[in-house]
Design a protein around this ligand. Structure first.
Ligand SMILES: [Zn+2]
Length: 182
C-alpha cells in the first residue's frame, strides 16, 4: 500500500477540488474513510486468510466494482437528503467512487506487494501500472516511524502529494477565473 497519510491526503485534495466550496465534516470524514477503507482487508489476515486469495490483502477490496459498491452505500446512507438520481446525487456517487478507487490506483503505482485486481470478482488478473515510483509502505503505524517510513514518505511526497496538489490548485484557479467571468 501507499501510506494511509497519502491516501487521506489525496482524498482531501480531491474533495477540495471537486466541491470548490465549504463541505461538511461528514463529507471529509467519509472521504478519508473511503480512501483508506480498502486496506481494511488487513483484518482478514488475522483470520489466516491466505495472502493472494480473494479476501487476502489487495483482494476484492481493491477492485473497481468494490469502489462502486462503497460509493453507492455511502451516498445512499449518509446523504439521504440529496434527491436520488439528481445531478448532485450522481456527482456525489462519482466523487466517492473516485476517492475509493484512488486507493487501488495508488497501490498499483507501488514497487512491492501483489498487483491490483481491478476487476474482481469478474477477472482476477492482478495489475500494476508500468510506472511504479512509490515505495511500498510498511503496514502499521509503528513500523512507519523508522528510516524506511521516511524513505516511503519522501517518494510519496514527490510523486503523489506535489503533483496532486498542483492539479488541485489548477482546478481551483480555473474555477476562480471562470466564475469571476460569469
Ligand atoms: Zn491498499
Amino acid at each position: 500500500m501507499a501510506s494511509v497519510f497519502t491516501h487521506a491526503f489525496v482524498a482531501s485534495v480531491a474533495g477540495k477540488a471537486w466541491s470548490g466550496k465549504k463541505m461538511t465534516a461528514r463529507f471529509w470524514l467519509l472521504s478519508v474513510f473511503c480512501s483508506a477503507l480498502p486496506d481494511g482487508d488487513a483484518i482478514f489476515h488475522y483470520f489466516r486468510v491466505e495472502y493472494g486469495s480473494f479476501l487476502g490483502h489487495r483482494g476484492i477490496t481493491h477492485s473497481l466494482p468494490f469502489a462502486l459498491f462503497v460509493s453507492l452505500t455511502v451516498v445512499l446512507s449518509a446523504f439521504r437528503e440529496i434527491p436520488r438520481g439528481s445531478k448532485q446525487w450522481w456527482s456525489m456517487v462519482l466523487y466517492f467512487f473516485v476517492v475509493t478507487a484512488s486507493h487501488p490506483v495508488l497501490d498499483a503505482m507501488t514497487n512491492g506487494g501483489l498487483g491490483i485486481p481491478f476487476f474482481l470478482p469478474f477477472d482476477d488478473t492482478r495489475m500494476f501500472f508500468p510506472w511504479r515510483p512509490i515505495r511500498s509502505s510498511p503496514i502499521g503505524i509503528r513500523s512507519f516511524f523508522t528510516m524506511r517510513g521516511v524513505e516511503v514518505m519522501s517518494t510519496e511526497i514527490i510523486y503523489v502529494w506535489i503533483p496532486v496538489a498542483l492539479v488541485a490548485f489548477m482546478v481551483l484557479w480555473f474555477r476562480k477565473i471562470t466564475s469571476s467571468r460569469s
